[in-house]
Design a protein around this ligand. Structure first.
Ligand SMILES: [Fe+2]
Ligand SMILES: [Fe+2]
Length: 373
């Protein structure tokens, strides 16, 4: 995002939030509200210059614009809170938006519980109410399977290189993620049907690929595209890279870990993040995700963090994907859960261990896959 665009967006949000505050203090008819709507529309005109729409995605207090998180600030955070109070996860503003329509938006934001304003140039979406895309898509399973097995061998090669030389071949990872994104664009959501039950022997590669597929599906369903989508895929492939340094007898132990083994296992998020920091070209998001992927929504889990920690959206998606993949995994001491059992367990954990909205998003995806196969 260009700094000039960021400034226009921040000013737009500042005018909207200030107009809402004024409308609450005085009334919707106060002259200040009209002036602030005009100011907001002028900033939007500059922001919209050359583009048809501005789309803002709001999830978990974050605002994403042009696939980039908008830096936190007083007004941006207030705007995100206002949107979430009204259960809006996406607002799409068209180029022809009028001052009056922004006035209707302010009126809506002042009065909780009201319906979205019915405007020509403002559209609102809620994650809970997104329409389910058509089921019963024809699935080209052979083509999809070859995308995945190609990804599997390339990832194995890249991880082996990392163990030997301590560097990561970023171009190889980028190609795997691009291959998945392309395949998703053609075959959504059926690529998820490629996640077979797997045995523990090929844990690292298959698990990384499965979590990558699940993260990309979640992110695309939220409308995330471009660089951020790509980085979310890379972060998923690398989230467990810290496990490459855990002895095989612990990783492959056919039973529960003892206290000492568990202490070693719990180091893999910090170890992974530390090693990724040393690898040139690895996106910052991959480092953050490696560190945070065993943190829970209620901030339990590991590594221990302060009560004010803000877990990144990508880490929370990875936690959901990781949990689902673990439930589906066949172990000598544990039989895999069915898709229905997994869905029930995820539902039960939503709001405590897992992010509630992201879990709802994930469960809808699972439903689509079930309908498509
Ligand atoms: Fe992990
Ligand atoms: Fe994992």
């Amino acid at each position: 995002m260009k700094p000039a665009h960021l400034a226009e967006l921040q000013n737009t949000l500042r005018h909207i939030v200030t107009a809402v505050a004024n409308a609450k203090l005085y009334s919707l008819h106060h002259p200040q509200i009209k002036r602030l709507c005009q100011d907001a529309r002028r900033c939007l005109d500059n922001l919209l210059n050359g583009r048809g729409v501005v789309s803002l995605l709001i999830v978990d207090g974050e605002i994403l614009f042009d696939d980039f998180p908008v830096p936190h600030g007083l007004h941006t955070q207030k705007f995100a809170r206002l949107m979430e109070q009204h259960r809006i996860n996406r607002i799409i503003i068209s180029a022809e938006v009028k001052d009056d329509e922004l006035g209707e938006l302010i009126a809506f934001l002042v009065a909780p519980g009201h319906h979205h304003p019915n405007c020509n140039h403002l559209r609102f979406e809620t994650l809970e109410s997104q329409d389910t895309p058509q089921a019963n898509l024809p699935i080209d399973t052979d083509a999809l399977q070859s995308v995945k097995s190609e990804g599997h061998s390339r990832l194995a090669e890249i991880f082996q290189g990392f163990s030997r030389q301590k560097t990561i071949k970023m171009t190889g990872l980028a190609e795997i993620v691009s291959g998945f994104i392309n395949a998703f664009n053609r075959e959504t959501p059926s690529l998820l049907a490629l996640m077979p039950l797997r045995s523990m022997d090929e844990y690292t590669f298959t698990h990384g690929l499965n979590v990558c597929l699940l993260n990309l599906a979640q992110a695309m369903h939220l409308g995330i595209q471009g660089t951020l989508l790509h980085d979310i895929g890379i972060a998923a492939l690398l989230h467990d890279i810290g496990k490459l340094h855990i002895p095989m007898e612990i990783l492959d132990k056919p039973g529960k870990l003892d206290e000492k083994e568990w202490a070693i296992m719990k180091k893999h998020p910090i170890e992974g993040a530390r090693r990724l920091l040393d690898c040139p070209g690895v996106p910052q998001l991959a480092v953050v995700t490696a560190f945070e992927h065993h943190l829970r929504y209620d901030l339990s889990g590991y590594p221990g963090v302060s009560g004010h920690w803000h877990q990144h959206l990508c880490s929370q998606m990875t936690t959901i994907a990781d949990t689902y993949d673990a439930l589906r995994t066949k172990r000598p001491y544990k039989s895999p859960k069915t898709a229905e059992q997994c869905a029930a367990i995820l539902q039960e954990s939503a709001g405590r261990e897992l992010h509630p909205q992201l879990t709802a998003n994930f469960l809808r995806l699972l439903e689509q896959v079930t309908n498509a196969i």
